[in-house]
Design a protein around this ligand. Structure first.
Ligand code: UDP
Length: 236
C-alpha cells in the first residue's frame, strides 16, 4: 500500500479547502514528501492517516519523479509552504480566520505578523507554540478561538497524529499539517531561490544550508528506488 496523492494544482487545492470552510465540511490536508513515504512504509497508522485525508498534496519533487516512474504522473508539486501562503491569501479575501499551531515559542506570532502584513484583512484567531506537554488545553484554546483554518506545524508524524487524535473534538473545518512551514512563514528559514525551486533542486539548497540534515536526506533516493520496484512489479 502506498500514499494516494491528489493530482491537484495549487489553485484547485486552495479552492477545495475554501469550499470546505463555506460548507462547514471537514478537510484534513497533508503534505507528504519522500521522508513521509519512507516512514509510512513501516508505520501503518501514519499511512492510514495520510490516505484518510481529504487533500493529499505532493510536497516533494521526488514524489513527482516517482509518479512519473510508475506511469501515473502528477501535474506538479503543491508545496506545504506554498499552500499555506495561498490559503492565507484566500482566507483574507473572504474575511475568514486562521490559527497557527507549532514551532518554537514566538515563531507562530512572527508568522502571524508577516502573514497579516502580506494579506491585509487576514484574521488570526490565535497562535500556540508546538512544545506542549498536554494536548487537551491546546485543543480547548483552538476551539475557544473558533478559527476557520488551522495550520499544524509539529513535524511528521506528530502533526498527523495530533490531527487524527483531535479531529473529532476540534471545531475547525480545515486542518493542515505543514511541518517546518511555520519557520519559513516567520522568516526564520529561507526557502530556496526561485531557480532552485524551478529545477527541482530545493533539496540541494536545504542540504547546503542545513548540512545536519544529510543523514535524513541520504535515505531519500530509496523512495525513488521503491517507485522503480513498483513499476517492475506492475509490469509483470
Ligand atoms: N516542532 C514542534 N513541536 C515538536 C517538534 C517539532 O513544534 O514537538 C516543530 C519544529 O520546531 C519545526 C517543525 O515542527 O518548526 C518541524 O520541522 P521539520 O523541518 O522537521 O519538518 P519538515 O518540514 O521537514 O517536515
Amino acid at each position: 500500500m502506498t500514499i494516494l496523492f491528489d493530482d491537484v494544482t495549487m489553485d484547485e487545492a486552495v479552492s477545495s479547502a475554501m469550499e470546505s470552510i463555506r460548507e462547514e465540511k471537514r478537510c484534513r490536508v497533508v503534505t507528504p514528501n519522500a521522508e513521509f513515504a519512507l516512514e509510512a512504509k513501516k508505520n501503518p497508522r501514519f499511512l492510514n492517516i495520510l490516505n484518510g485525508s481529504e487533500l493529499v498534496l505532493a510536497d516533494g519533487i521526488s514524489v513527482i519523479y516517482a509518479s512519473r516512474i510508475v506511469g501515473r504522473p502528477l501535474r506538479g508539486r503543491v508545496t506545504g509552504v506554498g499552500f499555506a501562503q495561498a490559503l492565507a491569501a484566500a482566507l483574507a479575501k473572504e474575511g475568514k480566520s486562521l490559527y497557527l499551531l507549532g514551532a518554537k515559542p514566538g515563531v507562530a506570532e512572527s508568522a502571524a505578523q508577516r502573514l497579516q502584513e502580506s494579506n491585509p484583512g487576514l484574521v488570526i484567531a490565535g497562535t500556540h507554540d508546538g512544545y506542549f506537554r498536554e494536548e487537551a488545553p491546546v485543543v480547548e484554546a483552538i476551539n475557544t478561538a473558533r478559527p476557520d483554518a488551522l495550520f499544524v506545524c509539529l513535524g511528521a508524524p506528530k502533526q498527523e497524529y495530533f490531527m487524527e487524535d483531535h479531529g473529532g473534538e476540534l471545531n475547525v473545518p480545515v486542518m493542515a499539517g505543514l511541518g517546518g512551514s511555520m519557520d519559513v512563514l516567520a522568516g526564520n528559514v529561507k526557502r530556496a531561490p526561485a531557480f532552485f525551486q524551478k529545477c527541482g533542486m530545493e533539496w540541494l539548497y536545504r542540504l547546503c544550508k542545513e548540512p545536519k540534515r544529510w543523514r535524513r536526506m541520504a535515505r531519500l533516493p530509496l523512495y525513488l528506488w521503491d517507485a522503480l520496484m513498483w513499476k517492475r512489479k506492475g509490469a509483470k
